[in-house]
Design a protein around this ligand. Structure first.
Ligand code: DI6
Ligand code: FE
Length: 400
């Protein structure tokens, strides 16, 4: 059955670029977009269901392509410590940081993790998010990484949002492997990843390449394993120091390299060549009060696709709003509102390997879109938080 959505304007992101149709009409059929264009060109036909969008601006459903939504506890105490002048690295070295979330996540049951993550995910969804990526990485042993990944799968099954799961077992060194990082990497490659992939729990593999996490050589072993398991890779790279993880990611045709404050122009060239998306995470930049900006000019000059994500996590970006990230990426990292919107739609889809089906309003794609009661698309990056009036359509069906 065909459904017509009209009396709207559309910011389509068709062909991967920001583009607008004034007075648009959209025809959906089942889960897909059947036709989109100016209303004046709407094919004549029988439309059993017609929706009046009352002048709304329609965008693709927002895509949050980098989150750590599943975790136990929270770290607002560390936030207070950091306000007293203790650094993120010092807190981590003293057994806090990621390690404290690992303890809380290991102690939590699957149901407890599901309940707290669902609350956070619903908050993202209230901002028009229809697709989200969620990483493991606070379990750091087979049983607890499996527990996290099962919760991630269950979130996608029980909530009206498409969820991609990423295994981030190489996030931090678990206490059992203190001083034995190479052994832990070996364990990931020989035991954890093969088992979790065989259970169908993993859509992509990520790692944290940083002086306080894993070296490029260690990350490369994880990438080789992922490649053997035919899983795409992503990387946390160049957040706090320049180890050229982004160039390493490019060599393995990574879907994305994320953070990137300390990347170089050569890294940008490598990413452009491999089609690796640069995912900017302004929440972490802001929350850690960083001052080093990613090299925006180099990214643009070499044509690297830029995405924007929340990095929702308890330590460095307790961000429950992707729209707030659109504002922050413009204010702090100097994207334009058009670039920011592309970053949370079509480029985010590419960062998840989903650009063939998601991220833009084009015939044949999945009918995930948001009709916003705003004056201009730039308004999405303008308002700081709050809740904008809107209607959300997922798989061709309106959701609350
Ligand atoms: N980079 C981040 O921003 C998060 N993980 C990572 O690799 C931080 C995670 C945390 O502090 O809990
Ligand atoms: Fe992250």
């Amino acid at each position: 059955m065909k459904t017509l959505w009209q009396n709207c304007h559309a910011a389509t992101m068709a062909q991967g670029v920001y583009s607008i149709i004034e007075d648009a009409a959209i025809v959906t059929q089942g889960e897909h977009i059947h036709w989109i264009g100016p209303r004046a060109q709407l094919p004549t036909g029988d439309y059993p269901a017609v929706h009046d969008l009352q002048g709304a601006w329609v965008t693709p459903g927002l895509i949050d392509c980098h989150t750590h939504t599943v975790f136990g506890g929270n770290r607002s105490g560390e936030f207070e410590q950091r306000l007293q002048g203790v650094s993120y690295a010092e807190i981590a070295a003293a057994g806090g940081g990621i390690a404290s979330t690992v303890r809380a996540t290991r102690a939590a049951s699957e149901d407890e993790l599901f309940a707290s993550a669902a609350r956070r995910l619903k908050s993202l969804m209230r901002d028009g998010v229809t697709t989200v990526e969620i990483k493991s990485g606070y379990g750091l042993d087979l049983a607890n990484e499996r527990k996290m990944l099962r919760v991630i799968r269950r979130l996608g099954a029980e909530l009206p949002v498409s969820v991609r799961s990423t295994c981030l077992a190489a996030h931090a060194l678990p206490p059992e492997y203190a001083e034995r990082a190479d052994d832990y990497i070996e364990h990931i490659c020989t035991e954890m990843l093969p088992a979790l992939a065989a259970e169908g729990l993993v859509d992509a593999v990520d790692a944290f390449c940083e002086y306080l996490a894993f070296s490029p050589a260690q990350v490369e072993r994880v990438f080789v394993t992922a490649q053997r398991l035919e899983l795409p890779v992503k990387l946390h790279a160049e957040q706090l120091s320049s180890l050229h993880g982004s160039s390493l990611a490019a060599r393995y045709q990574a879907l994305s390299a994320d953070h990137l404050e300390f990347m170089t122009e050569d890294d940008a060239k490598a990413m452009a060549q491999s089609g690796t998306v640069a995912v900017l995470l302004p929440g972490a930049f802001y929350f850690l009060r960083e001052t080093q900006l990613p090299p925006m000019d180099a990214l643009r000059k070499h044509g690297v696709k830029i995405a924007v994500a929340s990095d929702l996590n308890p330590g460095t970006s307790p961000a429950l709003s992707l729209r707030l990230m659109l504002n922050m990426v413009c204010t702090c990292l100097r994207l334009t509102p058009e670039e920011a919107l592309a970053g949370a739609t079509i480029h985010a889809a590419q960062a998840l390997g989903m650009a063939q089906t998601h991220g833009s309003l084009e015939a044949g794609k999945v009918a995930d879109f948001v009709a916003w009661h705003i004056d201009r698309p730039a308004d999405l990056a303008y308002w700081l938080g709050g809740e904008l009036e809107k209607r959300v359509v997922r798989h061709g069906v309106e959701i609350d």
